[in-house]
Ligand binder design. Structure first.
Ligand code: ATP
Ligand code: MG
Length: 359
């Protein structure tokens, strides 16, 4: 049965030999609904693995509590918690066949052979592993080994399934196939999944909910679309996707609109939390590359400094008011393109703009 996971004030402080403390995870609160796919995303060292290891029970908490459903699992050892972890390194037993690797946990639980077969067969079907059942792990490709590791976790039917960068040893194409596979199986079986990655496209494509972490803290929690379209900080907007920033000050605001004065222009930006800003507050307007319209009809003059044809898009760098903006134009074959040195004008697709505090 899938379980919800709740982190309450969870903190992990490591102290080294010189008594120097690292706050690897710093008072985080998080609710993961049952059956939901949640990704912890953030730069190296931000505390993703430590958070996951505390959920699994491999690491004690310095402070706080973790609940699976209504049960506080803080004092429950890892092997008694209703969760399984899939590692980056696969961690298969090298001396066991694929079949025995997958059955290992169920045998430990002393399930009958019949019961084991009943659980293992459908998972091996889904993962397309039957032909390799009698092979040893070293006779398999990386992708096949990762499928075995995934099957071994799934047959345990855990209430919570944890993944720590499970695809980072695979090549780009296989990563995409495997991530689609993981999402398909997770949805089909209705498993609660917590997935750690620093790859934003993996997080966007897999998740119901993304948790962006920075230096042991949670920066923002939201659906992939919320995180991309309504980032609450410069950090999040820069980490997810590509962001240009136009710096300025709030000139005025209403319920759902901010007027921002930048060095060169004044822009109206519609957003729900407009009233959380104050007049005169230094802000940055997040301008996504696809929100920049380049032509010759506008009043805002700019100069193309770089133009690259990529097939499906044209990439530009334009100099606008002392700032270099990165822009992309889709379907360039059907449009007028510009070259480095061309004088153009820029406009910004208004519904794609978003204001965040300056720091
Ligand atoms: N056992 C440990 N002892 C001391 N410090 C640790 C220990 N494990 C992790 N840390 C520190 O805690 C912080 C968070 O580490 P963590 O492994 O959780 O990061 P991460 O987000 O998973 O990074 P990566 O993307 O590189 O895997 C880092 O500063 C790390 O050096
Ligand atoms: Mg890690």
């Amino acid at each position: 049965m899938a379980k919800s996971v709740k982190l309450e004030n969870v903190t992990k402080t490591f102290t080294d030999d010189q008594r120097k403390s690292t706050h690897a995870v710093d008072h985080i609160n998080l609710h993961i609904k049952e059956g939901q796919f949640t990704t912890l995303l953030g730069p190296s060292g931000c505390g993703k693995t430590t958070t996951l290891r505390m959920i699994a029970g491999f690491e004690d908490l310095s402070e706080g509590n973790i609940f699976f459903g209504d049960e506080n699992v803080k004092q429950i050892p890892a092997n008694k918690r209703d969760c399984t972890m899939v590692f980056q390194s696969y961690a298969l037993f090298p001396h066991m066949t694929v079949y025995d690797n997958i059955c290992y946990g169920l045998r430990l639980k002393k399930l009958s052979k019949q019961e084991i077969d009943k659980r293992v067969t459908p998972i091996m079907d889904i993962m397309n592993l039957h032909v390799n059942a009698n092979r040893m792990p070293n006779q398999l490709s990386g992708g096949q080994q990762q499928r075995v590791a995934l099957a071994r976790a799934l047959v345990m039917e855990p209430g919570v399934l944890l993944f720590d960068e499970p695809l980072s040893n695979l090549d780009a194409k296989l990563r995409i196939t495997m991530r689609d596979e993981i999402r398909r199986i997770q949805k089909k079986l209705g498993i609660t999944a917590v997935y750690v990655t620093h790859d934003q496209s993996e997080a966007m494509s897999l998740s119901d909910q993304i948790v962006v972490m920075n230096a042991g803290k949670i920066e923002q929690v939201g659906t992939p679309m919320e995180i991309y379209q309504q980032p609450t900080s410069k950090f999040v907007s820069d980490f997810i996707g590509t962001a240009n920033f136009l710096d300025g000050k709030v000139e005025s605001q209403s319920d759902d609109m901010l007027t921002v004065q930048t060095k060169d222009t004044k822009l109206d930006v519609y957003q729900d939390n407009a009233l959380s800003f104050r007049e005169g507050q230094p802000v940055s307007i997040v301008v996504r590359p696809e929100a920049i319209i380049i032509d010759e009809q506008g009043t805002e003059k700019a100069k193309v400094t770089k133009s690259v044809f990529m097939g499906h898009i044209q990439e530009y760098e334009v100099e606008y008011g002392g700032v270099s903006l990165y822009a992309i134009v889709a379907d360039p074959g059907g449009k007028k393109t510009y070259s480095a040195g061309d004088e153009v004008s820029v406009r910004f697709s208004q519904q794609s703009l978003h204001v965040v505090p300056a720091s």
